[in-house]
Design a binder for this molecule. Structure first.
Ligand code: IMP
Length: 422
């Protein structure tokens, strides 16, 4: 962390890397914590003072009274869900309105965006993306089509703009023959959310961030989703609709690339994915079930089973390259404690062709594995790297060597003390 610089903390595979677990370690070091992409499709589970919170749109610096928190222009925000999330924090005693700045350029997720999300998914038949249903894709589509409603519109001729966009959505839904929905109650809460949002600074967050940087303050850009769900670099079309990689930090906050210092890439000691799409390392056997059970791999937003598999170095190396990761953060090594051997995917193969770079289309590729010895030792009580079993040290060293990137932080249990700096 350097003053006047931006560090990024990014999930670099398919999301759900467990960022919530390490933010307590990260956020106290920064003056400003900012979200730059995505919206309530994210669910960062954070335990603070013994109470569990699921943050969806609000940055995790909110637990520390001294921090400025920013929801940047690259984000999309659902006023009703934001209100629920914010009120829960207020009821727990955290003051928000002075410390949470929302970009006027961020786009609003309308109730009809959520209906459209369902309608588009239904129309896709067996090629469903498996979205979170939060209206993310339709909202970013409207942004790109230059018809979206922005947070700043709340302060300026809102009602007419809302009705116009809603009417446009209703027309699309009629065209799709998707008319069996009722958003009356949802819309009432949404409008209450709009009123609630007025008490926050709805502002030019890019100016706030750049001023803070000029004053020598440090900024943490907090990612959501994962790099392989990025609209450009992910496994398209099975992706989210925002720029989840480090490039998205520049556009989603309005900070220039020369402001970056360190880019922390979080990954798990194994792989998971929620929703549809190619996932060459997916295990359909008992090993996959064991990883899911021990790792508690069920979605924070949708409760869906996460698909599980061994670590995928093809994907990891690609994500490190795209993001410019300077430091890796390895999560959940303890989930693999009981395995005799641990597999690592080093290449993909299809029809006699073998690749080690991420292919354009990851559909149909089979993983090529290397096997490493398991450590067969419980890691979760360990708090010092020197106590790690040799096989676990070797596993970390293997990843570092294969990716050319240091694993600077290792987490071996859900306990916050189990975040070990190397
Ligand atoms: P959407 O972002 O709701 O449009 O969903 C698109 C894809 O991204 C689906 O496969 C979701 O399961 C996945 N996705 C979206 N947000 C997250 C997240 O925070 N963690 C993991 N997967 C996510």
């Amino acid at each position: 962390m350097t003053k006047g610089k931006v560090d990024a903390l990014l999930g670099i595979v398919f999301g759900d890397e467990g960022k919530g677990k390490v933010v307590d370690f990260f956020t106290p070091r920064y003056d400003v914590v900012a979200r730059f992409a995505g919206g309530p499709n994210a669910g960062h589970t954070i335990i603070f003072d013994g109470k569990k919170f699921v943050l969806r749109s609000i940055p995790s610096g909110i637990f520390d009274e001294g921090k400025i928190n920013i929801i940047g222009n690259g984000c999309v925000i659902a006023p009703d869900l934001f209100m629920v999330e914010a009120r829960e924090l207020e009821q727990a005693g955290y003051s928000l309105t002075e410390r949470l700045h929302i970009s006027r350029r961020a786009h609003l997720i309308l109730p009809t965006h959520r209906v459209l999300d369902r309608a588009y998914e239904a129309a896709k038949g067996k090629n469903k993306v498996g979205t979170t249903g939060k209206g993310i894709g339709p909202t970013y589509s409207d942004k790109a089509a230059r018809v979206g409603l922005r947070v700043g519109d709340i302060l300026n001729g809102f009602e007419a703009k809302y009705q116009a966009l809603k009417a446009r959505h209703e027309q699309i839904l009629r065209d799709l023959g998707f008319t069996d929905y009722d958003i009356a109650e949802e819309e009432r809460q949404w409008m209450e959310g709009i009123e609630y949002m007025r008490r926050f600074p709805l502002t030019d967050t890019e100016v706030i961030i750049n001023r803070a940087l000029e004053e020598g303050k440090s900024v943490l850009a907090e990612g959501a989703q994962g790099s392989l769900l990025d609209i450009d670099h992910g496994t398209y079309p099975f992706v989210s609709s925002s720029s989840t990689t480090s490039g998205g930090v520049c556009t989603g906050l309005g900070v220039a690339p020369n402001r970056f210092d360190r880019i922390f890439g979080i990954f798990k000691a194994y792989s998971t994915r929620v929703g549809s799409g190619p996932f060459p390392v997916e295990l359909f056997d008992e090993t996959g079930d064991t990883i899911r059970r021990i790792g508690n791999e069920f979605g924070a937003v949708t409760g869906r089973n996460r698909r599980c598999g061994w670590l995928d170095l093809v994907a990891l190396k690609y994500a490190i390259m795209i993001n410019g990761v300077t430091d890796l953060v390895m999560m959940k090594g303890d989930v693999l404690d009981d395995f005799d051997t641990i597999k690592v995917c080093t290449a993909y193969t299809k029809d006699g062709e073998t690749v080690t770079d991420m292919p354009y289309d990851t559909e149909g590729w089979q993983p090529v594995y290397e096997e490493l010895p398991g450590w067969k030792t419980p890691l979760s009580a360990l708090r010092d790297e020197k106590d790690f079993p040799q096989a676990f040290k070797d596993y970390i060293a293997y990843v570092e060597q294969a990716t050319g990137t240091p694993v600077s932080i290792v987490s071996v249990s859900p306990d916050r003390e189990a975040t070990i700096i190397r």
